[in-house]
Ligand binder design. Structure first.
Ligand SMILES: C[S@@+](CC[C@H](N)C(=O)[O-])C[C@H]1O[C@@H](n2cnc3c(N)ncnc32)[C@H](O)[C@@H]1O
Length: 444
């Protein structure tokens, strides 16, 4: 259908701002019912065919979706909601809207939709693309999705960049890397070590670091013409396959992590949010097939071969023990397989840290002692690092007892702590009603 209406200049600015807001939320895969496009003003946005096309270009047909697509089920639901809004407004619906919806539905038939990209927009307009699982807890880990505390801590980093200038930074339980990637994007760090203990998490983390922190042309130089190897393809296939096996909804709430045990009271098909708490709004959305299912199946954990760290050797230099990898195009960046419960002392001797970061790692009382011992060890003075070492640990407070257990463990290990002021600016879209606390921890 031909464009029939072009808004005047002033209205155009307003429309562009709304489209931009909608686009940012869509690319970040904000749950559709939580998107801020419900008021009259926004409803007016979709009232003309010209603007309907603009909405498509800002969302499902956005150029970013070609290389970093959100989950297909998410795009499909977005289109369904768009059509619903148009019908409610009694608006003339342009052909492109129906065509786009039909195209998405036909793709859905053969798409496994287990991994997707969430694109986070920074205040500078810069984008961080993270490959994530569509389920919050899968493969027996919580690390295949980005949690609210990571977004909160990343916002805090953006407002406290000087803390990281010229510092060696280490992150514990970094998951898919949002906090670290934002820190490396915005701060002039001396080095950044991303650590986690889960092989599939570390594999996707490496991909996310390559995608966001290594210029594509340098990766091409290192790999010849193919940026993705056969081994990469097999790894991704295996991860997707295992994730698709776990998309069978489970009523078995024998969750691996105690505070996520909140889900035990949920009915089959219900879910948790990235704060670990189910809101009625989200439960409603999930009944349509929510993207964030709680799926826990330790037995289905991948068998990916012997390596503790599975990375593309074209881009990463692995140490002899295959536990730490350094990014060839930027040796300040490294990944380590670091399990708090199974620390190898000779590996710890090589760790350099002036600042320690961690988001959403305080949820299981059984591993708190290991985590706190590690914090103590990392905060010890050393000849090669800063004298005033600090750790910043962001936690979603789901359970006061767990929080207290962490604070008691900190004190008994001789660590001081205090709550720091949270970020003032809203950058990412997460539930602000859920308490998230950032503790600054130092040696007494
Ligand atoms: C809730 S996720 C948080 C991930 C990420 N920081 C975020 O907020 O999005 C907890 C993370 O801690 C990691 N983790 C759990 N136990 C661990 C351990 N013993 N050693 C190292 N990492 C661990 C998990 O693999 C997972 O990535």
């Amino acid at each position: 259908m031909a464009a029939s209406y072009v808004p005047d200049v002033c209205y155009k600015d307003q429309v562009n701002e709304l489209l931009e807001r909608l686009s940012i939320q869509f690319l970040e895969m904000v749950p559709i019912r939580k998107m801020k496009w419900k008021d009259e003003e926004t409803a007016a946005l979709v009232a003309t065919p010209f603007l309907q096309q603009k909405v498509l270009q800002a969302t499902v047909l956005h150029p970013i979706c070609q290389h970093h697509p959100p989950a297909l089920s998410y795009s499909t639901r977005f289109m369904k909601e768009l059509i619903h809004k148009l019908e409610m407004l009694d608006a003339e619906i342009c052909d492109e809207v129906y065509e786009t919806y039909t195209e998405l539905l036909s793709q859905a038939e053969d798409d496994d939709d287990t991994l997707c990209y969430k694109t986070y927009t920074l205040p500078t307009g810069g984008k961080v693309h993270l490959q994530e699982s569509v389920t919050l807890v899968s493969q027996g880990t919580t690390g295949l999705s980005t949690w609210q505390a990571a977004q909160h801590l990343a916002e805090w980093v953006l407002e406290n960049q000087d803390v990281f200038t010229d510092k060696h930074v280490i992150e514990l339980g970094c998951g898919l890397g949002l906090t670290g990637i934002v820190t490396c994007h915005s701060c002039n760090v001396r080095s950044y070590t991303f650590t986690d203990c889960h092989r599939e998490v570390l594999y996707l983390l490496a991909k996310n670091i390559e995608d966001n922190l290594a210029p594509p042309e340098t990766l091409l130089q290192l790999s010849g013409s193919e940026t993705i190897t056969l081994r990469d393809k097999k790894m991704l296939q295996k991860i997707k396959h295992q994730l698709s096996l776990t998309t069978e909804r489970t009523t078995d709430s024998s969750c691996i992590v105690s505070d996520y045990g909140l889900v035990e009271g949920l009915e089959d098909g219900e879910n948790i949010t990235s704060s670990g708490m189910a809101s009625s709004l989200e439960l409603e959305e999930r009944q349509e097939g929510e993207e964030n299912e709680i799926l826990v199946n330790e037995e289905n954990s991948l068998a990916l071969g012997g390596a503790k760290l599975e990375v593309n050797s074209n881009y990463w230099e692995l140490d002899n023990r295959q536990q730490t990898a350094v990014l060839k195009v930027d040796p300040r960046l490294r990944i380590s397989n670091l399990d708090w419960e199974d620390l190898e002392q000779d590996m710890m001797e090589n760790v350099q840290a002036d600042v320690v970061l961690a988001a959403d790692v305080v949820y299981d009382t059984s591993i708190i002692p290991y985590l706190v011992q590690l914090l103590r060890q990392l905060l010890q003075p050393s000849p090669t690092t800063d004298v005033n070492k600090k750790a910043f640990v962001a936690s979603t407070v789901r359970n006061e007892d767990t929080r207290d257990a962490f604070l008691i463990a900190l004190s008994s290990e001789g660590l001081s702590y205090g709550v720091v002021e949270g970020p003032k600016q809203t950058v990412f879209h997460y539930d602000r009603n859920v308490p998230i606390e950032i503790l600054q921890i130092t040696l007494q």
